[in-house]
Ligand binder design. Structure first.
Ligand code: BDP
Length: 598
């Protein structure tokens, strides 16, 4: 799934901007020909969640239509393959060109593209329509409307609204750019780059896949000048090359050096297709209880985050990405997890450029292993699809250091609460499910560790499947509420037992809600003071344990969740920045600790 690009052989038109939009609660649009025109259109911005843009659609998660009828395809694209690509649409989408259905996609956060060559009209405007719905359903990933909770869900399953099983707003719509692009008939279809380091030499192994029957090509690696070149020779559509880069400039947190890898398909002297890609030479490895980047132990300082902001909702917001990166640099963070779904491709490129380490997560948040065998198989297939699509999309990003196949699969007390009659072999079913996902991540990419994120109280056998242990802990918040010193005891005890697993451990979530501007002495829950003190306690306790390889605070910024009695204004307030990106006291604590010490 290569990111479309414009060069001398390829074309791309970004269709971001104002589109026509109409809700379709009765789901009559397809039958009534809305794919060719909406009868009561209003304006919406693409990309962006509809919920944040239109006040009457805030809680609407049903079917809706997006349409543009002004799309010319340039004459110069004739003879090329014309593709229509959606960066992401949550959750189910079907795409139409000039009234013809060209394809559909399930899953809210990964790109999909269709060959629309035979549907486009030349010399006149084309009509592009996308219908999308985001019904919350028990077998979707992530799930909603769980029957065992009587359809009640919401924040921490406390019966919130909408009835998600996850603690963030189920924003809906076209969240990333819609791009019309063209590639030559014979073209570079995929590129896989793997890097190794031998002494001061970088090894860059490249596999190129092409569609068509061109048998040769070239490859060059460009730094300040051309560093290495090689000829490509294709057999069965695949060519492989191993480049040596003497005195390689490595990609690292402090110096995220990127080379340009330029690939051509060539018929004799004639260049048929060209694709270039920024790559970084670096290695990631787990050794004993350490995580190594370029052979050196790395300590992860950062956050769990969300794609979330006023008005744009979960939609791509490039100025916000730049702003968030500047705040993460200000605070001294070097890493984050794309909790709880894949973030935009634009953001992944930012991470490459800025030297940010990314734990790349699929949307398998709050999995449960209840239901019939068929139900479980449906969910497993969907998770596998997302692992496959994510690895295909992000495998070449040097910033990606780990795949996360699940966040907080329901086990222990939470599973019991949802379903008091849970099957005796529930833990076993869960382990098999999660084990299959970890195995799949390893099979698709054996160069990066794979992990899953454990919920408090769940069976240790599940997290033990991971190469790096990731755990979310809320001592002093959901447990021992208001008593940080009691929470500290719980944390210390658990750390002693986790040491026995002999694996690196990242605290992937911990924190407290804090209402910006609220203070108290002594520190009480929901004050900035309490959040600051709790975070400080975790940093102090974990610093004594060398197998702890990092601390990710939950959350970078306050974010929109569902409405419930534990979410004031529907907001999760665990951000160390507000939703508007103003610092709370904890942000200054972290800057002091991360910039000046550690
Ligand atoms: C964890 C979840 C996260 C929630 C967080 C919280 O992984 O999505 O937002 O707790 O309750 O259980 O704030």
């Amino acid at each position: 799934m290569l990111y479309p690009q414009q060069n001398d052989k390829r074309n791309r038109i970004n269709l971001s901007g104002f589109w026509d939009f109409q809700l379709d609660p009765e789901e009559v649009g397809a039958a009534q020909g809305w794919s060719q025109g909406l009868d009561a259109p209003r304006t919406i911005a693409v990309p962006g969640s509809w919920n944040e843009q239109l006040d009457d659609a805030y809680h609407y998660l049903g079917m809706a239509w997006y349409l543009r009828d002004d799309v010319y395809v340039p004459d110069s694209w004739q003879g090329q393959q014309v593709m229509l690509r959606v960066g992401s649409a949550n959750y189910y989408a079907q795409v139409w060109v000039n009234g013809q259905a060209v394809g559909e996609h399930i899953g809210g956060h990964l790109p999909f593209a269709f060959d629309v060559s035979e549907y486009v009209k030349w010399g006149e405007p084309n009509t592009i329509a996308v219908q999308i719905e985001n019904h919350l359903q028990p077998n979707r990933i992530p799930a909603g409307n769980l029957p065992s909770t009587g359809g009640m869900g919401g924040s921490v399953l406390g019966g919130g609204y909408p009835a998600s099983t996850f603690d963030f707003y189920p924003f809906a719509g076209i969240h990333r750019p819609v791009i019309l692009y063209s590639v030559p008939q014979a073209h570079i279809d995929d590129v896989t780059v793997v890097t190794e380091i031998e002494g001061t030499t970088g090894i860059v192994s490249v596999t190129v896949q092409q569609i068509g029957d061109v048998s040769t090509g070239t490859l060059s690696l460009v730094g300040e000048s051309v560093i290495a070149t090689a000829d490509l020779s294709f057999a069965d559509g695949v060519a492989q090359v191993r480049l040596q880069v003497p005195d390689a400039k490595l990609w690292s947190i402090d110096s995220p050096y990127l080379y340009d890898l330029v690939i051509t398909l060539q018929d004799g002297e004639t260049v048929v297709d060209r694709y270039s890609l920024e790559i970084g030479i670096r290695t990631v490895e787990v050794k004993g209880t350490q995580l190594l980047l370029n052979g050196e132990p790395v300590y992860l300082k950062g956050f769990g985050r969300h794609e979330d902001f006023y008005a744009s909702g979960r939609g791509l917001n490039e100025p916000l990405i730049v702003k968030d990166y500047s705040l993460m640099k200000w605070i001294g963070a070097n890493s984050y997890r794309t909790s709880h779904y894949p973030y935009s491709e634009e953001e992944m490129r930012m991470a490459d450029r800025e030297g940010m380490l990314i734990i790349d997560e699929i949307p398998a948040v709050s999995l449960n292993f209840f239901g019939s065998e068929d139900d479980i198989a449906t969910r497993l297939d969907m998770c596998k699809q997302q692992v496959e699509e994510l690895v295909a999309r992000d495998k070449n990003h040097p910033s990606v250091i780990m795949w996360s196949v699940a966040n907080e699969p329901f086990g222990g007390p939470i599973a019991q609460m949802i379903n008091p009659n849970m099957p005796a072999n529930y833990d076993e079913i869960g382990r098999d499910f999660l084990g299959q996902l970890i195995d799949l991540a390893h099979t698709l990419d054996d160069t990066r560790p794979a992990t899953l994120v454990g919920i408090m109280g769940a069976s240790v056998e599940w997290i033990d499947l991971a190469d790096v242990l990731l755990i979310n802990r809320y001592y002093g918040w959901y447990m021992q509420t208001g008593r940080i010193s009691e929470g500290k005891k719980g944390l210390e005890q658990e750390l002693d037992s986790l040491a026995e697993l002999n694996k690196p451990l990242l605290f992937s979530e911990f924190g407290a809600d804090a209402m910006a501007g609220m203070h108290s002495i002594p520190a009480q829950v929901f004050t900035e003071d309490y959040q600051r003190d709790l975070i400080e306690m975790y940093l102090d306790v974990t610093a004594k344990h060398p197998f702890v390889i990092g601390m990710h605070i939950w959350n970078f910024a306050d974010f929109q969740a569902t409405q419930s009695i534990s979410r004031v204004g529907g907001m999760n307030l665990k951000g160390v920045f507000t939703r508007a990106r103003q610092p709370k006291m904890a942000a200054h604590l972290l800057r002091d600790r991360w910039k000046n010490k550690d």
